[in-house]
Design a protein around this ligand. Structure first.
Ligand SMILES: Cc1cc2nc3c(=O)[nH]c(=O)nc-3n(C[C@H](O)[C@H](O)[C@H](O)COP(=O)(O)OP(=O)(O)OC[C@H]3O[C@@H](n4cnc5c(N)ncnc54)[C@H](O)[C@@H]3O)c2cc1C
Length: 394
């Protein structure tokens, strides 16, 4: 099927672009791609896979592998109650996709821990995540290293699952290739020019022409927009670090829930979290440190302070680090994803601001991006589509 950028112009009640991306039929063959996706993280590969059955899709990624940046560094959790209402809406709408493949999700469960002086933030986190208090002894039967001295508040819930993120990404990549879509690695986009028919993009030193651009460049999405002459959203990347430590006290941690430490004050989210991972435990200081887009790495002091907050609640000390890393969680100013055509130039489609939810929202988010590009009525309800639309910043 031939994809026509003018679908936006006929479907969207938005201002007409100054230079509409109308592709005359006889120009069709001139284009290298109907759709060019910039970014090979979960946002880009999922959108590309959804679009590939409907047109010629090329995905360009700067790095030598998919999921090199944020998408290779996550905690891989599906916790659909996490985040603001539109994020929760997207996460819930993604549940059907995840559950259709029994290998994608594995039940994990979650447990919130608080100290005696953290009642307000503990209750705020319990409300957000929809979990209920349980007695300490019951919690200790699940996680035998909880400290009876410091842990005063505990709540648990069952609605959290591990996502097999590698399987998810490889599945989308297979889907893209099965429809003759192309992935070009080591292809950083360095120039973008608007043409009468669409876009001319220089990626890895090669020019590619395309009718529609999908901007899924993660922390770099505003920079890609600027390159294309599109007004940035005001996205802000924040670093979040992670340490992998040996299973505490040699315990079998495989069935432990995801652990969240309540924050120092109710206006913050968790102050640390920990999750079983391949026989070890990953522990994050849960920091939000604003940064310029770059190849993020963990800072020793932040990691040490976060591990100390975790350790305070446990009877087993952290004896050593197996490894550590950091990734950038990139948020829009309102902390909600930015999905859909830019109102000023609808041939430029945003899939950005995934924050800390890029995996768990990816099935519904990529569906929405595909609906927008293909001119279909979105599967999501209109209020949610509006809350996610780039138009809210224009
Ligand atoms: C520590 C941590 C824990 C997390 N835990 C979870 C979790 O439990 N559950 C969850 O759902 N989410 C989680 N997240 C969030 C999730 O990882 C992100 O939301 C998601 O990976 C963002 O995906 P993305 O594709 O937008 O960005 P990225 O994965 O960063 O991909 C963007 C890509 O664009 C490429 N790119 C940029 N500029 C250019 C250019 N000019 N040319 C070509 N390519 C370019 C980059 O190289 C990059 O590969 C976590 C994140 C972190 C850091």
């Amino acid at each position: 099927m031939y994809i026509h950028a003018s679908v936006f112009i006929t479907r969207q009640p938005l201002p007409l672009p100054a230079n509409p991306a109308i592709l005359p039929e006889d120009l069709e063959d001139w284009m290298d791609a109907d759709i060019l996706v910039i970014g090979g993280g979960i946002a880009g590969i999922s959108a590309a896979a959804r679009l590939a059955p409907h047109g010629r899709v090329v995905l360009v990624e700067a790095e030598p592998a998919l999921a090199y940046h944020a998408s290779g560094r996550s905690a891989a959790l599906y916790e659909p109650q996490y985040g603001l209402a539109p994020v929760v809406g997207l996460s819930l709408a993604s549940g059907g996709f995840f559950r259709a493949d029994p290998l994608l999700l594995k039940l994990r469960g979650l447990m919130i821990l608080g100290k005696a002086d953290q009642t307000a933030s503990f209750e705020a986190l319990c409300d957000e995540l929809g979990v209920a208090p349980i007695p300490f002894d019951e919690a200790r039967a699940q996680v035998p290293i909880l400290s009876p001295v410091t842990v005063a508040l505990v709540a648990t819930g069952a609605h959290a699952w591990d996502i097999d993120t590698d399987l998810l990404i490889q599945g989308f990549a297979r889907e893209l290739r099965a429809h003759r879509g192309e992935i070009r690695l080591k292809s950083p986009v360095t120039a973008i020019t608007r043409t009468a028919a669409g876009w001319r993009v220089t990626a890895g030193g090669r020019d590619i022409t395309a009718g529609i651009l999908v901007n899924a460049a993660g922390a770099w999405a505003d920079k890609v927009a600027s390159m294309a002459g599109i007004k940035p959203i005001g996205l802000q990347p924040y670093r979040r670090s992670m340490a992998r430590i040996p299973a505490p006290g040699g315990h079998d941690v495989s069935r432990w829930p995801m652990l969240f430490g309540a924050a120092a004050s109710p206006d913050q989210e968790e102050s640390w979290y920990a999750k079983p991972d391949a026989g070890a435990l990953i522990v994050s200081p849960a920091e939000e440190f604003p940064m310029e887009p770059h190849d993020a790495f963990a800072e020793d002091m932040v990691l040490a302070e976060g591990l100390a907050r975790y350790e305070e609640m446990m009877t087993e000390p952290v004896t050593r680090l197996i490894t550590s890393w950091a990734g950038l969680r990139t948020f829009a100013p309102d902390r909600v994803l930015v999905l859909g055509p830019d109102p000023v130039d609808p041939a430029f489609v945003w899939s950005a601001g995934q924050g800390g939810y890029g995996f768990q929202t990816s099935p519904a988010a990529s569906q929405l991006v595909a609906d927008a590009v293909l001119g279909r009525v979105p599967a999501l309800e209109p209020g949610l589509v509006a809350a996610l639309s780039p138009g809210r910043f224009r």
